[in-house]
Design a protein around this ligand. Structure first.
Ligand code: F0G
Length: 361
């Protein structure tokens, strides 16, 4: 017999309801949902085995509705924007924030404007914003310049517009939920949380989330926060702004992170580190996640595993530690990088014999 309709409709709770006690949600907040959050923690058995790490897993954030972790923060930021009477959203982006803003803006019936560095956005992300109806302005500049423009616009225009980059505190509030989920899945906080760092909001949000959860008595311990920037875009590692950041990991091609101070505090307070990984290390980790674990993430996401691999090779991680690598976005967003890094098709005549021959069986 099928379950009663009410039960079916109830389904799983919405993310903002599940963690409402930790979010700025009130009875006056119109709650949106595209089904964000509740992403899986997947054991990296083969890669962990190769590295001699017994408890290595990945938080697969590409399984969010628009294919990245941004949806956790965006659902809260857009709900709060609606509550405040906003009629439009604006953001700068390396691609994922804009895809998320465009989707939640569409669902909320808001005008969405995204300002992007021209020619630097992965094809899938750009299309996500366009298909969901955002107006896309491409500027001849980098992400840092685009962010400066939207901050200035949000302050100066009389248009009823809300800035939804992670300088909007509701974004970081929502992104804390990933830390809560990890603690719920593990039954405690991990020993190490490894994460890519771009504009530095996510590492800051995770750290706040782990602290909030422990303070509420819902988890034991706190992780060491290990952040990884791409070597050509590593301002926090270098200790100074990078004027022309360059890396294959376009999502984290950022030279002047907005949450720099918060990220440095997360590193220091947790006894963690923020280091750089090369594009080659990122691509090797990205390829192995797909080939050894079946997880197709976007290249930037693989910076977390690239960093852990480097540290493991240098004997700088405890083999028995519980380590979670955050894989921030889906590989489907960036088909060009994928295409450039896979071997070609095997082409055969349409017969079993021809296919057998080309396979060398
Ligand atoms: N991974 C992916 C896939 C991202 O899209 C981003 C940031 C990060 C990691 C870094 O997170 O900025 O919080 O340190 N993307 C932003 C954007 C900048 O515009 O989509 P962060």
């Amino acid at each position: 017999m099928s379950p009663p309709a009410a039960e079916m409709a109830r389904g799983r709770p919405r993310l903002a309801e599940r963690y409402r006690a930790f979010l700025p949600i009130t009875d006056a907040t119109p709650l949106l949902s595209l089904g964000e959050g509740f992403t899986p923690l997947v054991r990296l058995g083969r890669i962990g085995g190769d590295l001699g790490l017994a408890h290595l897993s990945a938080k697969v954030e590409g399984q969010n509705p628009t294919g990245s972790f941004k949806d956790r923060g965006m659902v809260v930021a857009v709900s709060k924007a609606l509550e405040a009477g906003a009629r439009a959203l604006i953001c700068a982006s390396t691609g994922n924030t804009s895809a998320s803003a465009a989707a939640y803006g569409a669902a909320a019936g808001l005008e969405v404007v995204v300002v992007l560095p021209r020619g630097q956005i992965a094809a899938g992300k750009l299309l996500q914003a366009q298909v969901t109806g955002a107006r896309v302005v491409a500027v001849e500049g980098n992400f840092d310049q685009a962010l400066r423009i939207v901050r200035e616009l949000a302050e100066s225009t009389s248009h009823p517009i809300t800035l939804v980059n992670s300088v909007n505190p509701f974004r970081l509030d929502g992104q804390k939920t990933a830390a809560f989920e990890i603690c719920d899945d593990l039954g405690r906080a991990p020993d190490v949380l490894a994460i890519p760092v771009g504009n530095a909001g996510n590492i800051s949000a995770y750290w706040a989330g782990f602290r909030d959860y422990r303070a509420a008595g819902l988890s034991a311990g706190l992780p060491r926060m290990f952040g990884f920037q791409a070597a050509g875009a590593a301002p926090i590692v270098l200790g100074h702004r990078v004027e022309a950041p360059e890396t294959i990991a376009s999502a984290i091609r950022i030279g002047d992170p907005a949450s720099w101070t918060k990220a440095a505090a997360a590193r220091d307070e947790s006894g963690g580190l923020i280091e750089a990984v090369t594009d080659d290390e990122i691509l090797a980790a990205w390829r192995d996640l797909a080939r050894l674990e079946g997880i197709f993430c976007e290249p930037s996401s693989a910076a977390s595993l690239a960093g852990i691999r480097r540290l493991a090779a240098e004997g700088r991680v405890d083999r028995d530690a519980t380590i979670v690598c955050v894989l921030t976005g889906s590989g489907l967003k960036d088909p060009k990088t994928a295409q450039e890094n896979v071997s070609g098709l095997l082409v055969a005549d349409p017969t079993a014999a021809a296919v057998t021959e080309i396979l060398g069986w």
